[in-house]
Design a binder for this molecule. Structure first.
Ligand SMILES: Cc1cc2nc3c(=O)[nH]c(=O)nc-3n(C[C@H](O)[C@H](O)[C@H](O)COP(=O)(O)OP(=O)(O)OC[C@H]3O[C@@H](n4cnc5c(N)ncnc54)[C@H](O)[C@@H]3O)c2cc1C
Length: 109
C-alpha cells in the first residue's frame, strides 16, 4: 500500500495526545480536552458523546433538578473518565479496535 501511494497527494498530519487534567473553572468537550491519535476513529465520536451528555446535564440544571455547578461537575467527572480512557487506549493500541468492519446492516435495501 505504501509503495503504491500517490506521494504528491499525501500530507503530514501532526498528532498530539492530551494529558489527564483535573476539574477547573471552565468546562470543555471534544478535542479541546481529550485530543488523541486518530487511528482508532474515536475522537469525533467521543466529542459527540460529550455534546449529548453536556446537553443532558444542562437540561437537568435548567429544569431545576440539580444546580448548574452540580450538572457541570457530573458531566466532567464522567467525561474525564471515558475521555482519558480513550486517550490511553489510543496510545497503547493506536490502530486497533474501532476500525474493524461494521456489522452488516439488514435494513439497507
Ligand atoms: C486524520 C484524522 C482522521 C480522523 N478520523 C476520525 C474518525 O474516523 N473518527 C472519529 O471519530 N474521529 C476522527 N478524527 C478525530 C476528529 O476529527 C476529532 O476528534 C473531532 O473533529 C473533534 O471535534 P471537536 O469539535 O472537538 O474539534 P474540531 O473538529 O477541531 O472543531 C473545533 C472548531 O473550532 C474552531 N476554532 C478554533 N479556534 C477557534 C476560535 N478561536 N474561534 C472560533 N472557532 C475556533 C476550529 O476552526 C474548528 O472548526 C480524526 C482526526 C484526524 C486528524
Amino acid at each position: 500500500m505504501v509503495d503504491e501511494a500517490d506521494v504528491e497527494a499525501t500530507f503530514a498530519v501532526r498528532i498530539t495526545s492530551a494529558r489527564p487534567v483535573t476539574l477547573w473553572a471552565v468546562t470543555l468537550l471534544g478535542d479541546a480536552i481529550h485530543t488523541m491519535s486518530p487511528g482508532r476513529g474515536d475522537g469525533a465520536n467521543i466529542a459527540l458523546r460529550d455534546a449529548q451528555n453536556l446537553t443532558a446535564a444542562l437540561a437537568r440544571a435548567a429544569a431545576g433538578e440539580v444546580s448548574l455547578a452540580e450538572a457541570k461537575r457530573a458531566y466532567e467527572i464522567d467525561m474525564l473518565d471515558y475521555g482519558f480512557a480513550a486517550v490511553a487506549e489510543s496510545l497503547t493500541n493506536p490502530f486497533s479496535g474501532r476500525l474493524s468492519a461494521p456489522a452488516p446492516r439488514n435494513d439497507v435495501r
